[in-house]
Design a protein around this ligand. Structure first.
Ligand SMILES: CC(C)(COP(=O)(O)OP(=O)(O)OC[C@H]1O[C@@H](n2cnc3c(N)ncnc32)[C@H](O)[C@@H]1OP(=O)(O)O)[C@@H](O)C(=O)NCCC(=O)NCCS
Length: 213
């Protein structure tokens, strides 16, 4: 099978959002954790697809999107936009979609708040040395065919052209951990998180990886 890697275009948005939901929460049954794909996709991908699409790439098989890498070259700006523009509108959306009336979602919100107060979401700021970030996901049926590796390579070349000196990312997948180590990333930080405890056995470890360019 030959796959094409190209820049993201707005026509890919729905596919990216679908893949994003399918691979969320370590690919466990997401309906047991959070029941609203629209909100989930907004939370995970909206900044990248709508505010920085020029830093995003997709892998295609013909016209079908089989993987994506969504990125940002400026984490502080990304955080500012998420805080000032995305989170407030997401909060409104949570209310008008009545997402909080669902028991599963309430449980998830409660666990996130608990995790927040336990300090589980606090991560050191690496954005000076590693100003860029990425999220990558490949369709389950297309993994192990060098698509992820090629997307990382294309993104790193793109970052080098922009003279970005480092890239970081977060994941709590042990499988992805080995992939990123193979791609030359180093572990900068690791911390246990408990908010998925009810659905994924035990606590998961959240990793931050970094690679100097
Ligand atoms: C992790 C992921 C992006 C890897 O993409 P992929 O297309 O399957 O990986 P590739 O085939 O390009 O592999 C590239 C190299 O990494 C290695 N690799 C891939 N997955 C690996 C794993 N789980 N453990 C160890 N090595 C791995 C491959 O062997 C290959 O090495 P080689 O070049 O020496 O043969 C993909 O499996 C995925 O989307 N997983 C689910 C979602 C996820 O965890 N995303 C990351 C969170 S941000």
């Amino acid at each position: 099978m030959t796959y094409n890697i190209r820049k993201f275009s707005i026509q890919d948005r729905a596919d990216v959002r679908r893949l994003c939901c399918e691979t969320a929460f370590l690919e466990s049954d997401r309906g047991l954790i959070f029941k609203d794909d629209e909100l989930l996709a907004d939370f995970l991908s909206l900044y990248f697809t709508d505010f920085e699409p020029h830093s995003c790439f997709v892998a295609t098989d013909g016209s079908k999107v089989v993987g994506y890498l969504i990125g940002s070259i400026h984490i502080p700006r990304m955080k500012r936009i998420i805080k000032r523009r995305i989170l407030p509108s997401l909060l409104v959306k949570v209310f008008y979609r009545k997402a909080f009336l669902n028991k599963t979602n309430l449980n998830f919100f409660f666990r996130c708040v608990l995790g927040f107060f336990k300090g589980e979401f606090l991560v050191p700021d690496y954005s000076k040395e590693f100003p860029a970030t990425l999220h990558i996901n490949i369709d389950k049926s297309c993994r192990g065919q060098d698509i992820g590796g090629r997307l990382i390579e294309v993104y790193i070349n793109f970052l080098k052209q922009q003279q970005i000196k480092g890239v970081q990312l977060s994941t709590f997948s042990e499988k992805a951990k080995n992939f990123f180590l193979k791609m030359g990333f180093d572990i900068l930080y690791a911390r246990k998180r408990s908010y998925l405890k009810s659905v994924i056995a035990g606590e998961v470890t959240s990793y931050v990886f970094g690679k100097k360019l």
